[in-house]
Design a protein around this ligand. Sequence first.
Ligand code: ADP
Ligand code: TRP
Length: 328
Amino acid sequence: MTNKRKTLLSGVKPTGKPHIGNYFGAMKQFVDLQGDYGRTLIFIADYHALNNVQNREEMNNNIYEIALDYLAIGLDPKNVTIFKQSDIPQHSELAVILNSITTMSYLMRAHAYKDAQARNKEISVGTFDYPMLMAADILMYDADVVPVGQDQKQHIEITRDIAEKFNRIFGETFKIPEPLILENVATVPGTDGKKMSKSYNNTIGLFAEDEEIEKAVMSIVTDSKAPGDTKDPEKDNIFALHKLFSKEQLSDLEKRYKEGGISYKESKEILIENIKKIIKPLREKRKELEKDKEYVLDILREGGDEMRARAEKKMQEVRDKIGTKLYE
Ligand code: ADP
Ligand code: TRP
């Protein structure tokens, strides 16, 4: 089957400003792949975010901001349907149905839940049930391919399991989706070398101003090798980001690292220039889009209307299969 007959679907939670880890790990794939698939569906997972964002203004703002982000990185509404999850109540309905065929012990094995538990956090039922809503997001539209970062792989596996289970119990209904994870960007490191994450305060913002980029790069943690020492590029946090931003100079940089021909300071300066070159046009496009809020909201509104109709069609089938549908 060519990709033209397949559906690509993915989403991001509106929990704050995206960083370059989100971009390279997930969002850039949305842009690069748009147009390759018969349908590309990119949504805003606002009910997933509700587990963390519990403030009206903040939620409102975050949703709008992520819609701007999507458009600024180059998602083209001609190729992609952009919508928000909460505009399609059928997602929640399907999650309730999937809950009924899922056991607590199965969900307790999910990494996200175990991590939250390890941090001794008060865990909301919504967080515990997060994978079921995510499965509903994906299965609703018969998605074939789901581009995500490495940390979401288990959620896609759970989605596959639950789809198979439903199909076994009620008959063939859902397509089994595949994750799409690019190995070289599976985990983008932050300025401290750990996974870049909003939760760790180690991010470089995707739409950062030049000064923010300088500050973040200058704070990248390195070992204490002197400028003339030989350095192992594979162990350096600056070099890890060169792999994303300095592709053309990469072999030269690698050589200089190994020969002891570059200081970390110079390496950081080169990185700063290269990051600026990539971020500046994105930032400028975003500023342009900010001037027309109604345009952005209209895209969400239209996407929501279109997907609600599709979702309702799928749910009619689901309700029929489970036996709750008695009449048209
Ligand atoms: P965060 O960890 O910053 O809160 P999210 O959980 O909102 O990020 O992730 C949104 C998307 O970005 C997911 O598909 C996730 O896999 C991807 N992602 C997040 N951080 C990284 C990273 N450091 N490297 C690669 N992909 C990432
Ligand atoms: N869980 C994803 C994240 O943390 C967001 C998400 C929700 C998602 N539903 C989805 C991603 C469906 C892909 C498909 O980023």
